[in-house]
Design a binder for this molecule. Structure first.
Ligand code: NI
Length: 184
């Protein structure tokens, strides 16, 4: 396995629609996912999409840690989710309800923004054995899947923001919130 270089905003691969994976059981796909898994673990993030490691294919990885499953930053619970690989995912929002939360992205290091997302979501995908999965989720689980799958369509979270005054450097925004008496 290997740690992969993470593409930062401005790199063309992040602004391009990724291609469908033709054979999810291809050993090359398994190798890419193994490297992405190691890269995600090293980064400390919750999700990673293949275009972020310069691979223009429709593959994402994510997990929902227990500490993020309670709904504090994603409206509603849903519980922890172990590391999950989605190949060729298709998302269908459920209802029109949205909620905002602070998001970050490994491709925009040091930055954060307040991003509205659909609260409830249905998605389907296949895994590395080409086995189909269908999931209905909400809250942080739904948020991270929307964020990661946006990468497959060349969309980064600032493009989903509705108020760019809520975009900035994490440490500055934390300082400003502390000054307002709103720590974290
Ligand atoms: Ni991201």
């Amino acid at each position: 396995m290997a740690l992969l270089k993470i593409a930062r905003m401005g790199t063309p691969v992040l602004a391009t629609r990724a291609r469908e994976v033709e054979d999810p059981t291809d050993p090359e796909i398994r190798r890419i996912v193994a490297d992405m898994t190691e890269t995600l673990a090293d980064s400390g993030g919750v999700g990673l999409a293949a275009p972020q490691v310069h691979v223009p294919l429709r593959i994402v990885l994510f997990h929902v840690p227990g500490s993020r499953a309670g709904g504090a930053d994603g409206a509603g619970g849903g519980g922890a989710v172990p590391l999950t690989v989605l190949i060729n995912p298709v998302l269908t929002p459920i209802g029109a309800e949205t909620d905002g939360a602070w998001e970050g992205c490994l491709s925009l290091p040091g930055l954060t923004g307040w991003v509205p997302r659909h609260i409830k979501l249905h998605y389907r995908a296949v895994d590395l054995d080409n086995q189909p999965m269908e999931v209905t989720c909400e809250g942080f689980h739904a948020r991270v899947v929307q964020h990661e799958c946006d990468h497959l369509d060349g969309v980064l979270y600032p493009m989903r923001m509705t108020d760019m005054s809520n975009f900035g450097f994490v440490d500055e925004i934390k300082k400003a919130m502390a000054a307002q008496g709103q720590p974290d």
